[in-house]
Design a protein around this ligand. Sequence first.
Ligand code: NAD
Ligand code: UDP
Ligand code: UDP
Length: 322
Amino acid sequence: MKRILITGGAGFLGSHLSKKLLDNGHEVLCADNLFTGRRQNIAPLLDHPNFEFIRHDITNPLYVEVDEIYNLASPASPIHYQFDPVQTTKTSVLGAINMLGLAKRLKIKILQASTSEVYGDPAVHPQPESYWGNVNPIGPRACYDEGKRCAETLFFDYYRQHNLKIKVMRIFNTYGPHMQANDGRVVSNFIMQALHNESITIYGDGSQTRSFCYVDDLIEGMYALMNTGDHVTGPINIGNPGEFTMLELAETIIELTNSKSKITFKPLPIDDPKLRRPDISKAREVLNWEPKVQLREGLEKTIDYFQSQLAKEVKLVPLKVG
Ligand code: NAD
Ligand code: UDP
Ligand code: UDP
């Protein structure tokens, strides 16, 4: 049994990871400032004898005694990370320094939740880990993209300079239960709009692509990376290589929800990547991991979740964007 720190543990991915680690018999210390995370995500875990929550902002130092760290703290949706861009960069950079300092003092392994956004608007498709990316350093997405890139730099410098055991995971678009209905991400927006029979808002002409990974697959990949030999540092892509245009995604969601929604087109946000698909050869080979859940199956589960939230009369109003 290990005592494991998860930063951002009350968020979408963090709450699923917390549950998995508890189910595997570990103790979980969840540190979260609840900026985008919610108590509701971890409510079923609060009574668990091996689960502990502390409200903490990782831009401040943290002195605790643990055996392993998953560093997930950071807003992830463009609306959230652009809300307070300076804090977004601080969370990635100062947060990484503090968590790496903690790992260094305790001589423990630390995993970083990096992102496919380090590839920016990619000129190489699909994206292998060896691709250095195409990021605008001064645009509205830079606080997130460059913050995450700098965090990767810090991880590799602590590895080289201090022999720290590191794991860097590049997460591609992930969806599933515990996503916030109003986080502005495409899957939550389209499902909420479809369930309300409101217009489905496609930004641009809908020809841009994304590859969507169901949360259970993603968490399996994260766990596999943490628990594969220390020589496997990453960076390693974890995502589902199935690639869809936003138009295809909208049509699938309309069909699966039997919605009367019509599609409307809105301006494309600045620096919106045109294509995104992970090359997961490395994850297949090194982690023996690949995703199992196909898009339609994952969407059905996610639609069920949002429907159950609506039935509980949780206030779910999509944010107006663009
Ligand atoms: P989320 O917003 O649901 O969760 C992030 C959590 O971090 C929230 O609980 C939030 O309150 C917390 N947080 C933010 N700033 C913090 C701070 N300064 N101190 C402490 N806690 C803080 O997002 P998510 O989708 O669960 O993403 C988790 C991680 O995975 C993030 O690092 C994100 O960049 C990365 N990631 C996610 C995706 C995806 O598609 N979901 C894709 C790529 C990368
Ligand atoms: N730190 C922390 N918890 C610890 C140890 C360190 O939060 O248990 C933070 C502390 O703020 C420190 C940072 O991690 O500044 C980086 O630590 P490191 O040892 O790399 O550098 P230094 O202490 O020399 O600044
Ligand atoms: N998008 C869209 N309509 C929406 C929300 C998003 O067409 O209501 C598009 C967005 O412009 C982008 C894609 O869907 O091209 C994925 O957006 P998301 O914010 O989910 O993730 P990211 O851009 O960070 O991959």
